[in-house]
Design a binder for this molecule. Sequence first.
Ligand SMILES: NC(=O)c1ccc[n+]([C@@H]2O[C@H](COP(=O)([O-])OP(=O)(O)OC[C@H]3O[C@@H](n4cnc5c(N)ncnc54)[C@H](OP(=O)(O)O)[C@@H]3O)[C@@H](O)[C@H]2O)c1
Length: 279
Amino acid sequence: MKEKKILVLGGKGKTGRRVAEKLIELNKEIRIGSRNETPAFDWENPETWSDALDDIHSIYITFQPDLAIPSAAETIKKFTTLAVDMGVKKMVLLSGRGEKEAEVSEQIVMNAGVDWTIVRASWFNQNFSESFFLDPILAGHIALPRGETPEPFIDVNDIADVVVESLLHDKHNGQIYELTGPRLLTFKQIIAEISKVTGREITFEALTIDDYTKMLREHQVPEDYIWLINYLFTEVLDGRNSNLTNDVEKVLGRKATDFTQYLKETVQTGIWNPVNQLP
Ligand SMILES: NC(=O)c1ccc[n+]([C@@H]2O[C@H](COP(=O)([O-])OP(=O)(O)OC[C@H]3O[C@@H](n4cnc5c(N)ncnc54)[C@H](OP(=O)(O)O)[C@@H]3O)[C@@H](O)[C@H]2O)c1
């Protein structure tokens, strides 16, 4: 019998792209969930969901922009109900560590009546090279609140490895994994480390949450995005996550990747030293 497919939502994003690549390497049949694929998948357009779910056995769910937003639970409920009706048998959900609000969506997945694994992740290393912190790093100046809060930043390659294991092996059914890197680091320390490995001067400016919000408004960042950033900096980055777990090792049988390894690999890509910005 033909093996049914695995749907990788956010399959072009930071964790999803790596999950998709690893599954393809293992000769698994996959479908990328993206607004730019055929069929397209858009969280904001439920009419796109059933085509993306056709002939799917398992799903890696990465929600946008974050499970903590007020409308997330309703969307996750609608989506998982349709998925189960269409024959999906397993769901692996990416969640945020320390995000109380995300637990409502986690419960929805856990109670959907099919196999599940919850993967709660710490802040990603790759936010500094593939996401919102890249531009200020390239500009040589980053201004943020919570510069001194220790966070166990995690490499998204480790998350992808755990997700692939969870998708493919039943022993991970019914598990909640909390994934952290092996070391606590602050924004201030990270910017100093990136500055050192790139040989570029990158300054860190400590802001209060209020000043940061004001700065985002001045840059015309949409209000719902400002709400989310405020939530992440006040609720999630208040020190509640300043501790390590060994769930990466528990699942993969190896240590979590150290930030130094991420620095080494990322500096080699040249992303932090575009040709016209060499020191
Ligand atoms: N970043 C972190 O530090 C962190 C930490 C813990 C948990 N998380 C969670 O990880 C998840 C991914 O977050 P991320 O910021 O890292 O992004 P990301 O995985 O890099 O995802 C970006 C992708 O999201 C897709 N996307 C955007 N809007 C969409 C929509 N309306 N419908 C379908 N796909 C859409 C885009 O794909 P297309 O353009 O191809 O459609 C884009 O490639 C979120 O749920 C977040 O809460 C993130």
